[in-house]
Design a binder for this molecule. Structure first.
Ligand SMILES: [Zn+2]
Length: 162
């Protein structure tokens, strides 16, 4: 069991204090198919009463593989010919992640720009983050979800296991 981080961000909707509600189990798959069981804490906002699930660093919402594997596939570091990966993730899953990412690029750019304001003025902001950080997917997803944003899912035809 992997313990999640202790710091609780404020409510992404109203900025209020989040109160612990309960926890639920989630599976995080690693490259090669090994599984970790994570305990995800669920919170309720003291002000607006909205419910929020914690997002651990290693997870991308609605995806079972750890973010490192997903960004590895998107970056072309993890490929089907890797001995490590074998059938995990499979060809279809890799294709779906790439499709999901490319569909979300303008969305991600817009949301990071909104959150970070005028800190970043250059175009191709996402490309710069990808060059700067090995954990770019975790970073980007946390910025977006902790500020109340969401990414598009890939749609039913590409994402039967969401
Ligand atoms: Zn709130």
């Amino acid at each position: 069991m992997v313990k999640s981080s202790d710091d609780v961000p404020p409510c992404p909707i109203c900025g209020g204090i989040l109160k612990y509600r309960d926890s639920r189990k989630r599976i995080c798959k690693r490259e090669g198919g090994a599984k970790d069981h994570l305990l995800i804490r669920r919170f309720v906002c003291c002000s607006c009463k909205a419910h929020h699930n914690e997002l651990p660093d290693c997870l991308v919402p609605h995806k079972h593989y750890e973010a490192e594997v997903i960004s590895g596939v998107i970056d072309g570091i993890v490929t089907e010919s890797d001995l490590d990966s074998e059938d995990y993730p499979c060809h279809e899953t890799m294709k779906r992640w790439k499709f999901w990412f490319h569909k979300n690029v303008p969305n991600i750019e817009g949301m990071i720009r909104r959150v970070c304001g005028k800190l970043f003025l250059q175009s191709a902001l996402l490309s710069s983050i990808r060059e700067m950080s090995v954990n770019w997917l975790e970073t980007v997803v946390r910025i977006i979800y902790n500020s109340g944003g969401k990414l598009f899912s890939t749609g039913w035809a590409y994402a039967p296991d969401l």
